[in-house]
Design a protein around this ligand. Structure first.
Ligand code: MN
Length: 291
C-alpha cells in the first residue's frame, strides 16, 4: 500500500496565555498556514509545551466561559487539571489521562490547575483539541467522558519497546474507550529509542502527529520535540521510528464536509447560528456555574 507522505512539519508557533494557567502554541487553526478545514474534524489544537509553574495558592486557569457546537478534548501529560461545568460534571485529570467534554448544544465550564498541584507547583504539559461535530449533532445534549489512563486500550510493542495507548479508535485490534460522533483515531505512542511501528489510516482521513517528548523519524525524516507533522491524503501507511525515547500524539479522522462558522467559543455551520449562540449565552440559556 502507498504511504501517507509528509505535507509539512510545523515549528511551534509563538506561545500565548489562555487565562493565566495555560501557555499554548496554537497549531490549529494556526496563523493562516493551514486552512480551517485542513485537519477536520480537529478544528483547534492548543499545545501547552513543557513548562514549570511556581507554587500558587490561587489555582491558575480559565474562568467560566461557554462552548457550543463541538467537543473539547484535554490530554494531560504533566500536572493535573480540574474541570467544572454547568451540566453538573466535575473531574480532575492527571498525567496520562484525558477529559472528553461534549459541549454540543452548549454549557459553561471552567478549567483550572488542580488545587494541590497548584499549591506545589511543578511541571505542566498538556494538549487541548476542539473536535468538530457534524451539523446533526451540534445541538445534542452535553456529555462528559473522563478517560483515565487505566481505561485506555494498551497495545504492547514487541520486545518491550513501548506501548500504544488508544484513546479513540482502534490500533491493530486494540480499541480505545472514547465515544465519538465521527470516525476518529487518537493514540499516544510511548516508544523506547529504536522502536519502530506502522500506522495505517484511510486515505481520505486528515492525519497529523505531535511530538510531545523525544524525537522520531517519520518515513526517514527526523521530527524534533514540540513539532507538528501534517500528512498528505495520498496513501494509508506511516512508518515511525523513535530516535530517542519518545511520546507522540497521533490524530486521524474522517473530515466533516460541512461549512464552518467559527466565533470565539462557538463552532457552528452558519453565521445565523453564531448569532443565536451569542443571544442564548446572553440570555442565560447555557446554564449557571459559579466562579
Ligand atoms: Mn473551554
Amino acid at each position: 500500500m502507498a504511504i501517507k507522505s509528509i505535507d509539512r512539519i510545523l515549528t511551534p508557533p509563538p506561545a500565548h496565555m489562555v487565562g493565566d494557567g495555560f501557555r499554548v502554541h496554537s497549531f490549529l487553526p494556526g496563523d493562516g498556514r493551514l486552512g480551517k478545514q485542513r485537519m477536520s474534524p480537529f478544528f483547534m489544537l492548543d499545545y501547552g509545551s513543557l513548562i514549570e509553574f511556581p507554587p500558587s495558592d490561587t489555582p491558575r486557569g480559565v474562568g467560566v466561559h461557554p462552548h457550543r457546537g463541538f467537543e473539547t478534548v484535554t490530554i494531560a501529560y504533566r500536572g493535573r487539571i480540574a474541570h467544572h461545568d454547568s451540566a453538573g460534571n466535575h473531574g480532575v485529570i492527571g498525567e496520562g489521562d484525558v477529559q472528553w467534554m461534549t459541549a454540543a448544544s452548549g454549557l459553561l465550564h471552567k478549567e483550572y490547575h488542580e488545587e494541590s498541584f497548584s499549591k506545589q507547583g511543578g511541571a505542566f504539559q498538556m494538549v487541548q483539541l476542539w473536535v468538530n461535530l457534524p451539523a446533526k449533532h451540534k445541538m445534542d445534549p452535553p456529555a462528559y467522558q473522563e478517560i483515565t489512563n487505566q481505561m485506555m486500550g494498551k497495545y504492547l510493542l514487541p520486545e518491550n519497546k513501548g506501548t500504544v495507548e488508544v484513546i479513540a479508535g482502534n490500533f491493530n485490534g486494540t480499541a480505545g474507550p472514547a465515544r465519538t460522533f465521527t470516525s476518529i483515531e487518537m493514540y499516544n505512542l510511548k516508544m523506547k529509542a529504536g522502536a519502530q511501528l506502522d500506522l495505517c489510516f484511510p486515505i481520505e482521513h486528515n492525519t497529523a502527529l505531535l511530538l510531545i517528548e523525544g524525537t522520531v523519524s517519520v518515513h526517514g525524516t527526523t521530527v524534533p520535540t514540540d513539532h507538528f507533522v501534517l500528512f498528505h491524503k495520498d496513501g494509508e501507511d506511516i512508518e515511525v521510528v523513535a530516535g530517542q525515547d519518545a511520546v507522540v500524539l497521533v490524530l486521524s479522522g474522517a473530515p466533516i464536509d460541512e461549512p464552518i462558522a467559527a466565533y470565539g467559543p462557538f463552532l457552528m455551520n452558519q453565521w445565523s447560528e453564531i448569532e443565536q449562540a451569542i443571544h442564548d449565552f446572553n440570555t442565560g440559556k447555557f446554564g449557571v456555574l459559579a466562579d
